[in-house]
Design a protein around this ligand. Structure first.
Ligand code: ATP
Length: 241
């Protein structure tokens, strides 16, 4: 479980996060939803270990990984983060991306080769093994980033607006893939989006953020039926408009 306890974070005079607490389990998709600048990415970066909190702490599987005077390196956390720009390696083929992510798994090269084919197939990239990122479409690039995250055998996957530039059909297909990964691999997923409809499409629970704090954190059905205040109601209305 990921536990975020009373996190505060500022950048100069900007208070990005006020006092955030939440928990995210290993068998759920938690969506962080809120308008631009409300602190979603900052929270994700703190959980991943790319940013240090000013106050509060983060625990992963009961272990303290971030507090103001200590920060565990990102690669030691059992977490993969898929960034908005995907951060694929331009000189590497799709297969090489996966082989690299499998490098520390103690497998022989042949085993890694077989495993990488299997993972690429699971995201429908079979036949594209030799292609480099620039030879893949937008949706295929997203699937490669997801495949790389799967290969790194992380327990948690953090996704920052992963499908924002894609058309609705590809988005729908990839959202199903994400839900499938959660169900199959029991990977806990934190999914950042500014669009509450997108959150409803994938999430078990939703945290609605506003200006550095959480307005409501509940099961998706609960938020839909019982928005807690005007801000949450407005989020629902904007997306239904
Ligand atoms: N490195 C930084 N230096 C200074 N200010 C920052 C930095 N990172 C974030 N901020 C500020 O902190 C606030 C929260 O930013 P953050 O990127 O977390 O918001 P967000 O909800 O992810 O926004 P978006 O949906 O636009 O990506 C914003 O006011 C932003 O300008």
């Amino acid at each position: 479980m990921i536990q975020v306890i009373n996190i505060q974070k500022g950048f100069g005079r900007t208070r990005a996060l006020s006092e955030i607490s939440l928990e995210a389990g290993q068998k759920e998709i938690l969506a962080l939803v809120g308008p631009s600048g409300c602190g979603k990415t900052t929270l994700l970066r703190i959980i991943a270990g790319f940013e240090r909190p000013d106050k509060g702490k983060v625990l992963i599987n009961s272990r303290e990984v971030s507090k103001p005077d200590y920060i565990m390196e990102p690669y030691k956390r059992k977490i993969s983060m898929i960034f908005q720009d995907l951060a694929l390696w331009p000189h590497m083929s799709a297969q090489a991306h996966i082989m690299f992510a499998l490098e520390n798994d103690g497998m022989s090269k042949k085993e890694r080769l077989l495993k990488s084919r299997e993972i690429l197939k699971s995201v429908n990239l079979n036949g594209h093994e030799k292609r480099r990122p620039h030879q893949l479409s937008g949706g295929e690039k997203q699937r490669l980033a997801i495949a790389r995250a799967i290969a790194s055998s992380s327990e948690y996957l953090l996704m920052d607006e992963p499908f924002s530039n894609l058309d609705i059909f590809i988005k729908d297909e990839l959202q199903k893939l994400i839900v499938g990964i959660k169900n199959l691999l029991h990977t806990g997923i934190i999914y950042v989006t500014h669009n509450i409809d997108e959150a409803f499409a994938v999430a078990d629970r939703i945290a609605v953020m506003n200006n550095g704090h959480i307005e409501q954190l509940d099961k998706s059905e609960q938020i839909q039926k019982y928005p807690k205040n005007d801000f949450v109601r407005k989020m629902l209305r904007l997306n239904n408009a």
